[in-house]
Design a protein around this ligand. Structure first.
Ligand SMILES: NC(=O)c1ccc[n+]([C@@H]2O[C@H](COP(=O)([O-])OP(=O)(O)OC[C@H]3O[C@@H](n4cnc5c(N)ncnc54)[C@H](OP(=O)(O)O)[C@@H]3O)[C@@H](O)[C@H]2O)c1
Length: 288
């Protein structure tokens, strides 16, 4: 069995990866206390005693608002932490798979689905730090794989950690009976984390490079929300509950909607995400 070191194994993606793949891989899943990625000496000594064949680097400060307010923390964890791991892994020739983000495209003024070659112009601290982490990573490990993930969702029915996400925000608003607003001028992929977790092992053998990794979505976020609301079939009128927020992103439309063609072809069709609409439809059917 291949041995995978998973950083951030207690998080949203990591906990689901461990549950899905334990038994098919030998998984090393140190807690934050056992391996603080910002401590380069601890990272180096971890690698001296453990011998993973792949590093799946999920540990991060993933809350964009927190990063905006605490840029130094974000830099330490999201940039230096990634660099520490990459240095120790590349010195031993270990394949490195890093979770980056579609926030890298935040600030881009292009329309349509964005390929990995689209200009990157992150407008927030989190996006800038993910981009910097990618750049430093490839200096150390050209063979690394950086996955630019979209916004991911799941509900709380699996007994695993969740943080605010598309379906949980909806669920909470429905429980509270409070209408919920979504931007009309925003385009982004929104992906069921189950698909992400399923495809992750297929990224371990990809050639080094950046790959968009998640659902394509040609709908704006308000339209996506209306579609999801209809799928839920909860008996309310969509117009009474889902509010179109046309004021957000006044200067230019926020487009971080990815094309996933590159990973589809690089994996010979093995990584094939549903688009956001179909992913949500399948999610709703599975949870019925
Ligand atoms: N969730 C999304 O929608 C989304 C979208 C795009 C990209 N991503 C990226 O995907 C990856 C996984 O996201 P996620 O949602 O699973 O994140 P998450 O739920 O916030 O989990 C982050 C993990 O990182 C650990 N961690 C934080 N600081 C650490 C440190 N200094 N040393 C060691 N571990 C540390 C946390 O452990 P403690 O809790 O114990 O501190 C936790 O296990 C991240 O890189 C994130 O930026 C996520």
């Amino acid at each position: 069995m291949q041995t995978i070191l998973v950083t951030g194994a207690s998080g949203f993606v990591g906990s689901r990866f461990v549950r899905r793949w334990a038994g098919e891989y030998t998984i090393l899943a140190p807690t934050h206390a056992e391996l603080d990625i910002t401590d380069s000496a601890s990272v180096e000594s971890y690698f001296a005693f453990h011998h993973p064949q792949v590093v799946l680097h999920l540990a991060a400060l993933s809350n964009t608002s927190y990063c905006e307010q605490n840029p130094d923390d974000s830099y330490r964890v999201n940039v230096l932490g990634t660099q520490n791991l990459a240095r120790s892994a590349s010195a031993r020739g270990i394949k490195f798979v890093f979770f980056s983000s579609d926030q890298i495209y935040n600030g881009n003024c292009e329309n349509g689905l964005l390929s990995e070659d689209a200009p990157v112009a992150p407008e927030n601290v989190y996006g800038r730090h993910k981009l910097l982490a990618e750049e430093l990573l490839f200096e150390l490990a050209p063979d690394a794989v950086a996955l630019r993930a979209t916004w991911m969702y799941d509900d709380d029915s699996q007994g695993l950690p969740v943080h605010p996400n598309f379906v949980m925000n909806f669920k909470r608003a429905l429980q509270e009976g409070t209408p919920i607003a979504f931007p009309v001028r925003e385009y982004r992929g929104i992906t069921w984390v189950k698909e992400v977790v399923e495809f992750l092992p297929r990224t371990f053998s990809l050639p080094g490079g950046v790959y968009n990794f998640g659902a394509q979505n040609r709908l704006n976020t308000y339209e996506t929300a209306c579609c999801y609301f209809e799928m839920l079939g909860c008996g309310l009128r969509c117009d009474d509950f889902v509010i179109a927020d046309a004021d957000r992103y006044p200067t230019h439309e926020r487009n971080i909607s990815i094309s996933n063609e590159k990973i589809f072809s690089a994996s010979n069709g093995a990584v094939f995400f549903n688009d956001t609409f179909d992913g949500l439809r399948i999610f709703v059917e599975c949870r019925r």
